[in-house]
Design a protein around this ligand. Structure first.
Ligand code: ZN
Length: 134
């Protein structure tokens, strides 16, 4: 479940990973691209989930966000399962992620089910996000 207010402050993007300032109040949420622009720093998930002073924004379901070092495992898993963006591809520390048109992605998954797994299915846009072990 993604909270309805989990949305980028700068571009209104929803359904993606968001970051917040490490200690900034009020909390401002930004998508990967806007975080990178805001921090004037490249965001590379293969290197780190932080970007300068921005850290993953993980809701605690009580209206606040977990502190960077106190996020429970299910919160980390929730954030990791969110896409960085809604198209294209990217890498994190262990895996490569790539969006496909639904049919092509599912066929590919059937052929490479040992190395890939669907992590998100967008039924409105009919596309699927596959994760590949790299
Ligand atoms: Zn944004």
């Amino acid at each position: 479940m993604i909270p309805p207010d989990y949305k980028c402050k700068d571009c209104d993007m929803q359904g993606v990973k968001l970051w917040r300032g490490y200690q900034s109040i009020p909390i401002e949420l930004r998508c990967g691209a806007c975080t990178s622009k805001h921090e004037n720093r490249t965001l590379d998930l293969a290197e780190s989930d932080q970007c300068a002073w921005s850290v993953p924004a993980i809701p605690d379901l009580q209206g606040a966000y977990w502190g960077y070092t106190s996020v429970p495992a299910e919160g980390v898993a929730w954030w990791k399962a969110l896409p960085l963006k809604l198209e294209g591809e990217w890498r994190d520390k262990n895996d490569t992620y790539r969006w496909y048109p639904y049919r092509i992605g599912m066929d590919l998954w059937l052929q490479e089910s040992k190395n890939s797994e669907p992590v998100r299915i967008d039924t409105r846009e009919m596309k699927v996000l596959l994760r590949f072990k790299s």
